[in-house]
Design a protein. Structure first.
Length: 725
């Protein structure tokens, strides 16, 4: 039995049955929303454990906190799901063994089809395996939960008595849930600490204010200098008797304007009409205190969200003599909390959506590659050729959709380099002038002395084109599109009002239009994947999501300003690049492609048999001698038997030993071996902080036979040219 976390039973279906990214995103969105709304760390960890057990089909799951002693190990059982706590009561906590260490060190996700056959299992006394009476565990899946700071909170562990229950898809889902858990745990801890500090401060202020109300002048001396709280006295009818500096700052009234006036003027017209001020006085008089969070009104008519406490004041004989009122402006904090919740929601969708893209890209590699190969063989059958062309176009559209999902999930491989933003914007503007149509006037405003930044120029150009297309669609009868560059400094105040932004110097690229603009409701959902106000035939709802993911993955910030019928401005902030002048790489967009061939010997390691078969045939058709393997151990064996192998082509996400680990071991045997990685999405094995590790060569699925052959030829030639130099 599990608690209800906001998901219907029909949602908790096997993830292996889902094939549509929209359905997955819908379930994951609700999962993220259920977790994002939980700010109690204890309940949060239980929710995460329960949901993940249900999503993976595990027999049981647990979360262990990473509490280190002098020996570097002391792991505390915190939550259990699927079994009773008594099931673990008689056993010691897990230790820093070969099975558990990678998780508690935050190194990687660990999955074994049969943990009893895992390397290092049974090597540690006194039990040399599981203690007598331990729950039967054969299938094993564990993932570290790592905070934003890099500290390891602990680990999520899942088990099943049967062999081979957990798949690579479960591994990707659990890794996404762990990222969500870390973010939610960080935020829950911050929220609890903030709430405790706020409660303590308000209790001290209210208690001190009540005491000083009996001391006359001392009360005025205390509260007059407090600027962050509105502290004042009311008589028994609700008229203002005293007024401090904080009240003047928050509410806008001077002392002489407000003393003697009824405090109902601080309420909204709706609350005044409903008699809320009078109800507050009555409840405080009867119960001694009235506390609420609600909207209030300043002198200038603007509204602010306030936390208010109204305490009844009695004389020594117990007669009511007035009220002490403490008000705090919570507008900024409320906006920040809402942004944090939205950020958690976006993080949840992004983490988990990215995890399933690997399988889609494998399927698309098979479909697109084989359709392309068939099209090349059928040149004189026009009818069949047309059908194949349609299939290829459909697969390419699906590939673009998956790539947009990866961009939103921040899983696309980026190759950032020092970039002249003014030059890039100028080139993009020329392209837009030719493609947007005569009804759209494109204006470019380039700042002088623009700072340098480090960014993936191709992806930034794609982002600007995405924004320009959205702007064009918002101006159906024509209008003006303006692209501007500028230097900017984001200060502490701005960063407090915008979650996940650091103060500092930024290069800003702004895209503005004179179109229809967005309502507040639309603006709040603009970056959500699959959300669109366009007809279904005009877009997928992933354009802005893709831009959002790219900017966040690049370490930047994005902000939308819009009003209905007034137009929209989207600002992209990229961190300033400091240091010595580095010349940007040459523009290679228009380098002509040739038909690549070769005779070298290539070892291809891919666990998906269909992808492996297609890739082997594609390279053999181009003249390469190809050896193949389905996993890393088999690949190492083939490598040792064939010294003529010049290039290793390996999938990153191999079961057991990853492609990166395979490459590292292979280069220990053959230091001169060239390596080309393939992947359905950017994994931490070769990509860190949004960028490829130094020296890594990568081709992203799906790819055609020509693209694969070209990339193989390029890696071989690149390595050869370095040797010649």
């Amino acid at each position: 039995m599990h608690a209800d976390h906001g998901l219907r039973e029909s949602d908790l279906i096997s993830m292996s049955d889902k094939t549509e990214p929209r359905d997955i995103a819908d379930i994951l969105s609700r999962t993220g929303a259920a977790v994002a709304g939980e700010l109690d760390p204890e309940r949060l960890v239980q929710v995460i454990t329960d949901l993940t057990v249900e999503l993976t089909g595990a027999a049981f799951g647990a979360f262990f906190y990473n509490v280190l002693n002098d020996a570097g190990e002391s792991y505390m059982l915190y939550t259990l799901s699927g079994v009773s706590r008594e099931s673990f009561a008689g056993f010691p906590m897990p230790r820093n063994t070969a099975i558990f260490a990678p998780t508690f060190r935050g190194e990687k996700t660990v999955r074994y089809d049969d943990v009893t056959r895992a390397p290092g299992y049974g090597d540690n006394p006194p039990y040399n395996g599981m203690p007598p009476g331990h729950l039967p565990v054969r299938s094993y899946l564990a993932v570290p939960v790592v905070s934003r700071s890099g500290a390891v909170h602990g680990g999520l562990f899942f088990g099943h008595p049967e062999v081979g229950v957990f798949t690579e898809r479960h591994e990707a889902i659990v890794a996404g849930v762990a990222g969500l858990a870390a973010t939610a745990m960080d935020n829950a801890r911050l929220f609890r600490a903030s709430e405790q500090a706020r409660s303590e401060l308000e209790q001290r202020v209210a208690a001190r204010g009540k005491e000083l109300s009996e001391q006359g002048a001392l009360f005025d001396q205390l509260v007059s200098g407090i600027a962050d709280y509105a502290i004042f006295m009311l008589d028994t009818e609700g008229r203002v008797k005293t007024w401090n500096t904080g009240a003047e700052r928050i509410k806008g009234y001077r002392y002489e304007e407000i003393v003697g006036q009824h405090f109902r003027r601080f309420y909204t017209p709706e609350d005044r009409a409903a008699g809320v001020p009078e109800q507050a006085l009555r409840i405080a008089g009867e119960q001694g205190k009235f506390e609420v969070e609600a909207w209030r009104v300043r002198k200038d008519g603007s509204r602010f969200f306030a936390h208010t406490v109204l305490d009844a004041i009695h004389d020594p004989d117990g007669r009511l003599v007035g009220f002490a009122k403490v008000t705090r402006d919570m507008t900024e904090r409320r906006a920040l909390e809402e942004q944090l919740r939205q950020s958690q929601k976006m993080e949840a969708i992004g983490q988990l959506t990215g995890g399933i893209a690997h399988d889609f890209n494998n399927l698309l590699t098979i479909v697109l590659g084989n359709a392309d190969a068939a099209r090349r063989r059928i040149r004189d059958n026009e009818e069949v050729g047309t059908l194949l062309d349609n299939a290829i176009r459909g697969a390419e559209r699906a590939a673009r959709l998956t790539q947009q999902l990866l961009a939103f999930a921040r899983r696309q491989p980026l190759d950032p380099k020092p970039t002249d933003i003014n030059r890039l914007v100028a080139r993009t503007s020329e392209f837009l002038q030719r493609t947007l149509g005569e009804a759209i006037a494109v204006e470019t405003v380039l700042a002088g002395g623009l700072w340098r930044t480090e960014v993936d120029a191709v992806q930034l150009e794609n982002a600007l084109i995405n924004l320009a297309v959205n702007a064009r669609d918002a101006m159906p009868t024509g209008g003006k599109l303006t692209i501007e560059t500028a230097n900017a400094y984001l200060d502490d105040m701005y960063c407090r009002m915008n979650a996940a932004v650091s103060p500092g110097q930024y290069v800003v690229v702004s895209v503005s239009d004179t179109g229809s603009g967005m309502s507040q409701d639309v603006l709040e959902r603009a970056f959500e994947p699959f959300f669109t106000t366009k007809p279904s035939s005009r877009g997928t709802g992933l354009g802005l999501s893709q831009v959002y993911g790219f900017v966040k993955q690049s370490g930047g910030h994005i902000k939308i300003y819009s009003e209905v019928d007034q137009g929209t401005t989207v600002k992209i902030y990229l961190c300033r690049l400091l240091g010595p002048e580095i010349h940007a790489a040459a523009d290679l967009h228009n380098v002509p492609r040739s038909v690549s061939t070769g005779s070298e010997t290539v070892l291809l390691v891919e666990d998906d048999p269909d992808v492996r078969a297609f890739s082997v045939n594609a390279l053999r058709e181009r003249g390469f001698s190809v050896l193949e393997a389905a996993d890393a151990p088999s690949g190492l064996k083939v490598l040792g038997q064939h010294p003529a192998i010049e290039l290793l082509v390996t999938d990153v996400g191999l079961p057991g030993m990853t492609g990166r680990e395979l490459a590292d071991q292979a280069r220990q045997q053959r230091p001169d071996l060239k390596v080309l990685f393939t992947t359905g999405y950017a994994r931490n094995a070769i990509i860190h902080h949004g960028r490829l590790d130094h020296g890594v060569e990568l081709i992203v699925k799906p790819y055609t036979m020509v693209e694969l052959a070209d990339r193989v030829r390029g890696v071989l030639d690149k390595a050869s040219s370095k040797q010649v130099e």
